[in-house]
Write a protein that binds this ligand. Sequence first.
Ligand SMILES: Cc1cc2nc3c(=O)[nH]c(=O)nc-3n(C[C@H](O)[C@H](O)[C@H](O)COP(=O)(O)O)c2cc1C
Length: 162
Amino acid sequence: MAKTLVLYYSATGTTQGIAQQIADKLNADIAAIHPVQPYTSTDLNWHDSSTRATVEQKQQHDGRVPVKDDLPDPANYDNIVIGHPIWWGIPPRLIAATIDQLDLNGKVLATFATSGGSSYDRSQSNIARTVKENNYQLDLQKGAVLNSSAAIDRWLASLQLK
Ligand SMILES: Cc1cc2nc3c(=O)[nH]c(=O)nc-3n(C[C@H](O)[C@H](O)[C@H](O)COP(=O)(O)O)c2cc1C
């Protein structure tokens, strides 16, 4: 039977809740992505243009935020689902570093987010760019912003997982 791994980064718990529901619905394994240097609440204050998350997202366009090396081996899975908050329209730079770090060749990759209202469009382009930068041959699915059990069900039904 095909195996699915749900990976997520969640700074304040919202994405974690959705990731857990997805893992339950798919009977998948689940693991959190951890930055080497955790974000403090000051780092996350988007009202201040000098704070860490704002600088990383808005000024460091090809930036990467190092990932703690404790992720499961993707070799054991067919489908990789990655969840993240949207920060300044796109995934935290930690997500690009995660994609760099995992060998995703041959996998089905599906990504989702939670947000305060932003749609998934710019995040989808950002993920596609990171996949291309890594020259991965993989099946990238259409991502979505998810905020309810019904939205999760609709998104999962739209995916072509192995
Ligand atoms: C630094 C920062 C930037 C954000 N930028 C956006 C944004 O551009 N659009 C949006 O809809 N929400 C934005 N948000 C809100 C988060 O996407 C939203 O609260 C998300 O659900 C948080 O997920 P988490 O609890 O898993 O970290 C931002 C939050 C932070 C901390």
